[in-house]
Design a binder for this molecule. Sequence first.
Ligand SMILES: [Ca+2]
Ligand SMILES: [Ca+2]
Ligand SMILES: [Ca+2]
Length: 388
Amino acid sequence: MSARHRLRLALPLGGLALALLAALTMAGADGAHGASVPPAVVPVCPPTIGFGETIECSIASGAETHVYTFVADASDKVLARMAVSSGTLDPQIEIRKDGTLLCSAYYPFEGAAEIDACDLPTGGTHTVLVGDYGATETGDYFLHLQRLNNPGNASALSFGETTSGTIGDPTHMNAYTFDADAGDKVLARMATSSGELDPEVRLYGPDGTLLCSDYYPFGGAAEIPTCDLPTSGPHTVLVGDYGATETGDYFLHLQRLNNPGNAAAISCGETKSDTIGDPAHMNAYTFVGDAGDSVRVTMSVTSGELDPEVRLYGPDGTLLCSDYYPFGGAAEIDACDLVPGGTHTILASDYGATETGDYDLYLACLTPGAAAQVAQGEEPTHEYSNRR
Ligand SMILES: [Ca+2]
Ligand SMILES: [Ca+2]
Ligand SMILES: [Ca+2]
């Protein structure tokens, strides 16, 4: 008795729906109305959607339009994407302000539709409208909303850090933020670790403008090898499934190519024995060099499935030299000419970003006075010059 009471409280229309279902089933016995029997329980969609949130709901009649509200500021840029998870619904999505259409997207063959960036000219309450393209089909859907400047539900990510995450709902994108300066160059790479997720990574500037992106449509890894940041301030990385229809776990690595984070100093003639513990991770090493110097960098795998890849960047983050070997073993930058400006960066990683293991990294300075000798000898030399 009490269970039935609770059911009535939770679903006040349950009795009516059951009565309707019974009537339609009886009517449908002769085939007249069998196709139009509604589900007994229609999920109730929430009235609002927040930035960084994903909602799941159902279109029970092709005529339905679901309306969600959100509040935004003038000049905000927002992303909205909708994916069909069951049924024959063709996703259609609109963003409106006071009834005026600002942006729309649809896909006529089920799957997913996305408004990748909608500029909102005025602040205040906006609406996201979703329904079936053609208004005749039904099904379940996921809806994700995000603000590309000032994202919601975001985590901070540091340079040189690798984080793990999960895309649990197909349209969902996880958001990460980091601060950077104008002129910085950054790298971001994402590797799928389980599930059917096809990695997609996007990088946005402080005003929500898409600066760089990459995806790989068959699992594996996606990488933005270098992205020039024209503006100082908070930046956003969004990661999700390419196509917005699959889920899974991933690793995400972020690094600044000039002035890297979480970097270790390396000297001429020094061997570093290190580990790539997470597939997308890259270890960073720094040394001081100058124009006229030349170095050799050798990375030799000592255990694990790691395929060695080594890259060498100049002080402004420009890639100077690189090498990799896709079947374990060793990779070597034979002789890389350095550039003026000081600190150079070496990144050591798995080629393909999907495997892990241990390695030795050796830095050989091929010219007299190069690298660590410059770093150690620089200070006394300058004092001597100043005294004169
Ligand atoms: Ca349709
Ligand atoms: Ca996909
Ligand atoms: Ca590999």
